[in-house]
Design a binder for this molecule. Structure first.
Ligand code: NAD
Length: 342
C-alpha cells in the first residue's frame, strides 16, 4: 500500500509493560498489513524523563493532527504539580464517550455468554468536581465537600451515542444505569434525558433502567442478561472494572475514548510496574483496542481476523499468558498470534 493511503495514527507506547504489549500489537498489525502510519510520541513517565512534562505539547499537537491515537498505559507521576494525563486528554479532545466491551473468551470460567458493552460518560460527574475542606474549630479538614455536575447536553449526547452504537452493532437493548432515587438532580437529569432519547428508538432498541447498586448485583448474578449499558462517569468507571473481572481480569479489557476532535484506543489496565520488563504481560487488551480502532476506520475485515486469531490461540490451542493461567511469555504468545493470523 502506498504511503499516501495509510491512515496517520499517534502511537504512545506508554510506561511499564506498555512498550512490551504495544510492541506485540504492532507486530500483529504489521502481519495483517493494517493501513496505519505511526507517529510515535511520548507521554507519562517516559515523557517526564525526557522533557519533565508527562504530556508534552508535541504529543497533543500530534493527536490534533492525526485525530487518532493508540495508547499504552501510562504511569501517573506521584507528587504535586503534574496535571492528570487522562483528564487532560479527555478535555483537550472532547473525548465524551468511553466504550468498554466485555466478551467471554475462555469457556468454562465462572461466567459464560457475557457480551456487554459499557458506555461511560467521560467528561462530567464527580470527575469534573470541585473539592474542598471546610474547617470547624481547630480542624482544617473537619468536613470535605465535592460538587460534581452533569449537563443536559452531555446526558443526551452520551445516551444517544449508546443507542446509535446499539443500532450499528445489532444490539437489542440499552440499560440506563443511575442513582436518581438519591442524587435526584445529578442523576435525575441523566435519567430524564435518557428516557427522552430512548423514545426516539422505540421499536428498534429496547430500554431498561437500573439503579446502580441493583445493577452491580445483577452483573454478578446474571451478567448474560445485559447488552449495552450507559451510565455516568464514576459509576461507569467502577462497573467497567467489575465487568472486566467477569471475563478474567484487566489484561483482557480494551477501551475506546471517542470524541469530537479525536478517538483514542487503549487498554483499561495500568502500566503494571510489578511485571514490567519480565516478558510475561498479556498484550490482549491493547490488541483488542487496536481491533476496535480498525473497526473505527471501517476495516472490520481486519478486526475480525484479529479476533479470530485470538480465539484460535487462546481457546483452541490453549496458549495463554500467566494471568490467564498459562505459561506463555509475551513474545511466545505474540509469535503464536502471528502464526494464527498470517
Ligand atoms: P495495573 O492495572 O497496572 O495493575 C494491576 C494488576 O494487574 C497488577 O498485578 C498487574 O501486574 C496486573 N496487570 C495489569 N495489566 C496486565 C497485563 N496486561 N498482563 C498481566 N497482568 C496485568 O494497576 P496499578 O498497579 O494500580 O497501576 C499502575 C500504574 O498505572 C499507576 O501509575 C496508575 O496510575 C497507572 N494507570 C494507568 C492507566 C492508563 O494509562 N489508562 C490506567 C490505570 C492505571
Amino acid at each position: 500500500m502506498s504511503d499516501s493511503n495509510l491512515i496517520p495514527v499517534t502511537l504512545i507506547p506508554g510506561d511499564g509493560i506498555g512498550p512490551e504489549i504495544v510492541g506485540s500489537t504492532l507486530e500483529i498489525l504489521e502481519t495483517i498489513k493494517a493501513p496505519f502510519k505511526w507517529d510515535k510520541q511520548l507521554a507519562g513517565m517516559a515523557a517526564v524523563d525526557v522533557s519533565g512534562d508527562p504530556l508534552p505539547q508535541q504529543t497533543i499537537d500530534s493527536i490534533h493532527k492525526t485525530g487518532l491515537a493508540l495508547k499504552g498505559p501510562l504511569t501517573t507521576p506521584v507528587g504535586k504539580g503534574f496535571r492528570s494525563i487522562n483528564v487532560t486528554l479527555r478535555k483537550e479532545f472532547g473525548l465524551y464517550a468511553n466504550v468498554r466491551p466485555t466478551r467471554t473468551l475462555i469457556p468454562g470460567g465462572r461466567f459464560e455468554n457475557i457480551d456487554i458493552v459499557l458506555v461511560r460518560e467521560n467528561l462530567e460527574g464527580f470527575y469534573a468536581a470541585m473539592e474542598h475542606y471546610i474547617p470547624v474549630d481547630d480542624d482544617p479538614k473537619a468536613i470535605a465537600t465535592c460538587t460534581g455536575y452533569t449537563s443536559r447536553k452531555e446526558c443526551r449526547r452520551i445516551v444517544k451515542y449508546a443507542f446509535d452504537y446499539a443500532v450499528q452493532h445489532n444490539r437489542k437493548k440499552v440499560t440506563l444505569v443511575h442513582k436518581a432515587n438519591i442524587l435526584k438532580e445529578l442523576c435525575g437529569l441523566f435519567l430524564e434525558e435518557g428516557r427522552k432519547v430512548a423514545k426516539e428508538y422505540e421499536g428498534k432498541i429496547a430500554c431498561e433502567e437500573r439503579i446502580v447498586d441493583a445493577c452491580a448485583m445483577e452483573l454478578v448474578l446474571k451478567p448474560e442478561t445485559y447488552d449495552v449499558i450507559v451510565t455516568t462517569n464514576l459509576f461507569g468507571d467502577i462497573l467497567s472494572d467489575l465487568t472486566s473481572g467477569l471475563i478474567g481480569g484487566l489484561g483482557m479489557a480494551p477501551g475506546a475514548n471517542i470524541g469530537e476532535k479525536a478517538a483514542m484506543f487503549e487498554a483499561v489496565h495500568g502500566s503494571a510496574p510489578d511485571i514490567a520488563g519480565k516478558n510475561i504481560a498479556n498484550p490482549l487488551a491493547v490488541l483488542h483496542a487496536a481491533a476496535s480502532m480498525l473497526e473505527y476506520v471501517d476495516r472490520t475485515d481486519l478486526s475480525k481476523r484479529i479476533e479470530a486469531a485470538i480465539k484460535k490461540v487462546v481457546v483452541h490451542d490453549n496458549i495463554r499468558t500467566k494471568d490467564l493461567g498459562g505459561n506463555a511469555s509475551t513474545s511466545d504468545f505474540t509469535a503464536a498470534l502471528k502464526q494464527a493470523i498470517a
